[in-house]
Design a protein around this ligand. Structure first.
Ligand code: CP
Ligand code: NVA
Length: 349
């Protein structure tokens, strides 16, 4: 073991956090945003260092980590998917031990959650999970922040009665973002509807489902599953989605996924069936037009068989995405850096 091995707390999985801690992080992230806008910079972390190591590409998470580090007076070094020896000539465990000797904190984006666990076990400095196949915990904080900014909280007043906000997650709900929305609803007591293929329910992570169901019992809110668009959209306050084929998954999966999910695209009809003030959220990147290589290739290959993708829009139509009043995904993207800053501050306290 390295001489300087500490006993750090990791932001590895939201299963290791309490409701109070998650709500606190959301509020801290909101404060970071306000403070930065008012020119207030926190003290205490100047000169400290953070390393990012990414086995998958990133726009938001990688750049948010830089921005957060800069705001906190820290320095950041980014290792992209081909930028280090990890995975090819060096193990995750050895990389974690090396970074322990050099840095104060690490953000790691990878494939299986077992790699996050392996890193955490071998790291003497705090680890932030920057997305894995299981969950995207920094995104959850940013998403909750976005909802709080849009609605003032996680509840609404209906005819004099306080009710949970209703969030609908559309499409690939068995995946990392589906799990992340499950945590988001369970920690804040919102009603979550998973709108996607029925068979995905059996493929959801059983530990996360159990963890969240226990939280729903304590915090209120609920989780239900449906394939009915009108039922899903009715009274919805937030309609969220994510890509149907994720980072690291094969392009060959598109046909299967389109077959399974083509009925679960977010379109104007769905938004119009939701609450009057409903917002659209997407962790991004999104396929909503022909201006991406993937979007246009999917349109070209599968547009005839699945006309909903013929214009390069896949999980969401361009009409919904371009609706600047309803689409909050760029606010959500901006909230990524404040949430990462808040998480760094807490882990390095
Ligand atoms: N939402 C998100 O994590 O985006 P990136 O993949 O660009 O980091
Ligand atoms: N499900 C997506 C989320 C990207 C932020 C992926 O894993 O690629």
């Amino acid at each position: 073991m390295a001489w300087n091995l500490k006993n750090p707390r990791h932001f590895d999985t939201l299963m290791n956090f309490t409701t109070e801690e998650i709500l606190y992080l959301v509020d801290q992230s909101i404060k970071v945003k306000e403070n930065e806008r008012n020119g207030i910079r926190p003290k205490g972390l100047e000169g400290k260092t953070i390393v990012g190591i990414f086995e998958k590409n990133s726009t938001r998470t990688a750049n948010s980590t830089f921005k957060a580090a800069n705001y906190l007076g820290m320095q950041y070094f980014y290792n992209g998917p081909s930028g280090s020896n990890m995975g090819t000539k060096e193990s995750v465990a050895d990389t974690a031990k090396v970074f322990t000797e050099m840095y104060d904190i690490c953000l790691f984006r990878t494939f299986g959650h077992d790699k996050i666990q392996d890193y955490a076990k071998n790291s003497g400095i705090p680890l932030i999970n920057g997305l894995c196949d299981q969950e995207h915990p920094t995104q959850t904080i940013a998403d909750l922040q976005t909802i709080k900014e849009a609605f003032g909280g996680f509840k609404k007043l209906v005819k004099g009665e306080i009710k949970p906000l209703k969030v609908v997650f559309c499409g690939d709900y068995k995946n990392n973002m589906g799990n992340s929305w499950m945590y988001a609803a369970a920690f804040t007591g919102m009603d979550l509807v998973m709108f996607g293929p029925k068979e995905y329910e059996q493929q959801c992570n059983k530990d996360i489902v159990k963890f969240c169901k226990d939280l729903f019992k304590k915090n209120g809110g609920s989780i239900t599953f449906t394939e009915d668009k009108a039922k899903a959209a009715k009274d919805a306050d937030v309609i969220a989605t994510d890509v149907w084929v994720s980072l690291g998954e094969s392009f060959d999966l598109w046909e299967k996924r389109l077959k399974e999910m083509h009925e679960f695209q977010v379109d104007k009809k769905m938004m119009d069936m939701a609450s009057k003030n409903a917002i659209f959220m997407h962790c991004l990147p999104a396929f909503h037009d022909m201006n991406t290589e993937y979007g246009s290739k999917v349109a070209e290959l599968y547009g005839k068989k699945f006309p909903i993708v013929k214009n390069g829009a896949i999980e969401v139509t361009d009409e919904v995405f371009s609706d600047t009043k309803r689409n909050w995904s760029f606010v959500e993207a901006g909230n990524r850096w404040t949430s990462i800053a808040a998480i760094i501050q807490e882990l390095l306290k």
